[in-house]
Ligand binder design. Structure first.
Ligand code: ADP
Length: 504
């Protein structure tokens, strides 16, 4: 570039002086050089051998806010309140003439009066005039404040984005948009896939295994090259250990330094998908539970209405009883659902008062006995049970849920017993039945909300699984615990504790 420029200038000057009188030719050449110097945007100063300013270009005066009168004839160190009096610069300048040296890119960072803090790059050369035997120094000054600031900003932003990339809680891949080779991969994705950075860099996605369907991947890549944006809701991937995961995959194409890259953001949605599926299954089960009693109610009422004339008193009574029982079941189920949603939203507020627990429990037993005459419900409470500070409606619900389960999971005619005992500072309430029992492996799972819906969920589950869940939540807000002891084939005993410290 520089040699090209030199050639151009030489040609220009040749053109200007050709056939002219030497004196005129010199004037022309000088005028030409003068005009170049004046159009230069960077300040330029010519110094004599004592480092005095002989001349400076317009840009120097404009940038440093000085006048030619104040500048020409002054020593460079004395200019503008001696702002150029910098020992290192002086050393460099003083060496140029005797040693015929030059210097490039000497950086000064200085607060210049009137123009503020600036960073300048200085370049200096010796100009020797053979004829006059004079030596001069040409000092070029470049203001790089803005460039430096931009560089620093770019560096800071690079650090910021690098940090985002490194700490992102999503997987990020950068691919070459031409070759689809992996250029960068963040630690989160390395963790997610189980492949090291080394194994991933420089490869195509379909070369490394997580993306099994090679043909589909290549097709997707072509599509991405065309549309510049692709999003998959749930793409199956396989980790290095062979674990199947589902990811949300979003890719964009964008230019970097004149070429295109693809950024892929990859989020593991395996758990979210599982939860969504569980939620759907749960809703399905609840709907089923709700529709059974409703069908009974509708069926009974229908029969009553359509066959009003022909029905005997007993038949009418029986239909009404069925409908009432189904309505009770329905309202109980809705009650459980409500408790559950309150607990879920942390809105479960107890209405506690000093209560005689035996009365509350008796009322639950009476209710279930009225509804189901199929079992022998036996109450076995010691005399003089202490008063407890508790929410009577909630206690009744806990006991009712346990009694209802005991009834559901034990043969007709069998005995169901409710008993209490005091233990340390707790009152323990038990409900035992002689039913099917619960395998040991399922005995904790039944109290956990959605566990049982998972593929490994237990066989015995029949209903929506709300009853025990509600029991657990209600017992826990009372400060107690719930558990079961059971031998399959022989029966189960559900226990729950209430702290006696709530005694009044
Ligand atoms: P649901 O009865 O609607 O399934 P629950 O939460 O009340 O919901 O009970 C969860 C599961 O625990 C039941 O499906 C059943 O398999 C088991 N279970 C609960 N109580 C008993 C019991 N007394 N005897 C045997 N199994 C029981």
């Amino acid at each position: 570039m520089a040699s090209h420029m030199r050639k151009l200038i030489t040609e220009d000057i040749h053109g200007l002086i050709k056939g002219k009188h030497p004196e005129q030719a010199l004037q022309e050449a000088l005028k030409y050089i003068q005009s170049i110097l004046e159009t230069m945007r960077d300040p330029l100063v010519v110094l004599d051998d004592s480092l005095m300013v002989i001349s400076a270009n317009q840009s120097f005066y404009d940038i440093f806010l000085v006048s030619p009168e104040d500048t020409e004839g002054s020593l460079i160190y004395e200019l503008n309140d001696r702002q150029w009096d910098i020992p290192k610069l002086r050393e460099l300048l003083e060496e140029i003439l005797p040693k015929n040296t030059s210097f490039n890119d000497f950086e000064i960072d200085h607060d210049f009066p009137g123009i503020g803090r600036r960073i300048m790059l200085l370049n200096a050369r010796r100009i020797y005039s053979e004829g006059k035997k004079t030596q001069r120094i040409l000092l070029g000054i470049e203001d790089i404040t803005e460039r430096k600031r931009m560089e620093q900003e770019v560096a800071a932003s690079e650090v910021r984005y690098r940090r985002l990339f490194e700490t992102a809680q999503d997987g990020i891949l950068i691919l070459d948009a031409e070759t689809a080779q992996i250029e960068d991969v963040n630690p989160f994705l390395v963790d997610m896939l189980g492949y090291s950075q080394h194994e991933l860099l420089g490869k195509n996605l379909w070369e490394i295994g997580p993306v099994k369907d090679i043909e589909a991947s290549q097709k997707a890549f072509k599509e991405l090259q065309n549309s510049e944006y692709i999003r998959y809701e749930d793409l199956p991937l396989e980790t290095r250990e062979g674990k199947q995961i589902q990811v949300e995959f979003v890719s964009n194409v964008y230019p970097v330094n004149g070429r295109k890259v693809i950024q892929c953001n990859i989020r593991d949605v395996t758990e979210r998908k599982k939860l969504e599926q569980l939620k759907e299954e749960f809703i399905g089960m609840v709907s089923h539970e709700l529709s059974s009693p409703l069908t009974v109610i509708a069926g009974s009422l229908n029969t009553l209405l359509s066959e009003e004339e022909q029905l005997s008193r007993d038949e009418t009574h029986h239909l009404l009883q069925n409908a009432t029982l189904a309505a009770d079941t329905l309202s109980h189920l809705l009650g459980n659902l409500l408790e559950l949603s309150r607990a879920q939203a942390d809105r479960l507020i107890l209405h506690t008062e000093p209560i005689k627990v035996d009365l509350v429990f008796k009322s639950a037993v009476e209710r279930i006995t009225e509804q189901y005459s199929t079992h022998k419900f036996v109450i076995n409470f010691p005399k003089g049970l202490p008063l407890l500070n508790a929410d009577p409606m909630r206690l009744e619900r806990i006991l009712y849920n346990l009694l209802d389960n005991a009834r559901k999971y034990s043969p007709k005619g069998s005995k169901i017993m409710v008993f209490t005992r005091e233990e340390k500072d707790q009152l323990i309430i038990g409900v035992s039945d002689q039913g099917v029992g619960i395998p040991e492996s399922d005995q904790t799972m039944i109290f956990k909300p959605f566990e049982r819906l998972k593929p490994a969920g237990f066989e015995g589950a029949k209903g929506a699984g709300l009853g025990l869940l509600v029991c657990r939540r209600l017992v826990e807000v009372h400060g107690g615990q719930i558990w079961v002891e059971s031998t399959p084939g022989q029966g189960s005993t559900f226990f729950f504790s209430l702290p006696l410290s709530r005694k009044v």
